[in-house]
Design a protein around this ligand. Structure first.
Ligand code: NAP
Length: 339
């Protein structure tokens, strides 16, 4: 029998953590023991793994003895504080927060794009999972970059509330109900009402006028693609529960026609081409939700520049944008690197 691995899910009660548990089960990850960690507020709560009850424990520095792989999704502050303790105890951390993504000693990995980078985990014992909006964009753009060398990306996102976590999912649900019943609504998670509205702000603003989310898309894309691609992003929160959509314009060094782009994307790893607009077939969040593939469509040549292409890219932010990507990394880690 092949080896089993002891896994800790940090942030097990959250939107990503819950999906992480489902992904481990769905993909039959060879789990020996499993540990669910969260804040003291959730300690004692009982969740299930593979049909068996598992009690949630409070995250502590000594939580990682005997753990082989620690999947972190409990926010940047927890990752910053506890990944080093987990790594010191011998676990390889796969971190969903932004805490370690731009650390030169931490690989930032999307398995369809740069699986070879996983080898760099040994330096700190940490592998970073990119931002959800970046993951789906690079999955779709990698085959086009390999063919035509992308120089510049202009992206506008339409991001679901689940990207902010479980409290934001509740906020949209409750606000929508209140407003439809003619009652006043409150906002606690977002700075303004999200129901029946769009917010051109995701995360805090930086000195340059961009938000941190927008800067993550720019910086992480260049690191994952291992190329000096310039990205300018506008990130918008929309009243959708699951599934981020993106309008993406690329400028390439070589000409790439819409037909060639479709040919390259048809069957590309992790991609589903959905591009028959005349029949009403294009990627939508409602079709991406619950799926692992990145849907790509509305492919058009951009006649306003020499080598330009427009695409519409959609994926489930909690699955491919977080949990699935992390479990895929873990699968490569145990197949190729851990003994
Ligand atoms: P969430 O639904 O709010 O869940 C947060 C999780 O972190 C919960 O399990 C929570 O436990 C735990 N936690 C909070 N404070 C803690 C503490 N002091 N000690 C231990 N655990 C603590 O948020 P989420 O959407 O799952 O996001 C979690 C992380 O993943 C964030 O870093 C986020 O940036 C990243 N991420 C999210 C997405 C997405 O699409 N949502 C995508 C990529 C990356 P309690 O239940 O006990 O509070």
């Amino acid at each position: 029998m092949s080896r089993l691995w002891n896994v800790a899910v940090v942030g097990a009660t959250g939107a990503v953590g819950t999906q992480m548990i489902e992904c481990l089960e769905e993909r039959n990850f060879p789990v020996g023991t499993i540990k669910f960690l969260a804040s003291g507020r959730s300690a004692g709560q009982v969740l299930e793994f593979a049909g068996k009850p598992v009690q949630v424990e409070e995250l502590r520095h000594d939580s990682f003895e005997g753990i082989d792989i620690a999947l972190f999704s409990a926010g940047g502050a927890r990752s910053e504080e506890f990944c080093p303790s987990a790594a010191k105890a011998g676990a390889v951390c796969i971190d969903n927060s932004s805490a370690w993504r731009m650390d030169p000693d931490v690989p930032l990995v999307v398995p369809e794009v740069n699986p070879h980078a996983i080898a760099g985990y040994k330096k700190k014992g940490i592998i970073a999972n990119p931002n959800c909006s970046t993951i789906q964009m690079v999955v779709a753009l990698k085959p086009l970059h390999d063919f035509a060398a992308i120089r510049r990306i202009v992206v506008s996102t339409y991001q679901a509330v689940s990207g902010t976590g479980k409290k934001a999912i509740d906020e949209l649900r409750i606000q929508t109900g209140e407003l439809l019943n003619g009652r006043p609504s409150k906002n606690e998670v977002y700075p303004h009402r999200i129901a029946f509205n769009c917010l051109p702000q995701i995360d805090a603003f930086c000195d340059n006028g961009y938000t941190k989310e927008e800067m993550k898309m720019a910086n992480e894309t260049a690191k994952i693609m291992e190329a000096a691609i310039k990205t300018t992003a506008t990130c918008v929160r929309v009243p959708v529960f699951y599934g981020h959509s993106e309008s993406v314009n690329i400028e390439t060094a070589q000409k790439i026609t819409a037909a060639k782009a479709r040919e390259l994307l048809r069957g590309a790893p992790g991609v589903e081409l959905v591009d028959d607009p005349i029949s009403g077939d294009y990627p939508m969040a409602i079709n991406a939700a619950g799926e692992d593939l990145t849907l790509v469509g509305r492919i058009r040549e951009d006649d306003s520049i020499d080598n330009g292409l427009n695409l519409w890219i959609v994926a489930d932010n909690i699955r491919k944008g977080a949990a699935t990507n992390a479990v895929q990394i873990a699968e490569i880690l145990i197949a190729k690197y851990l003994k």
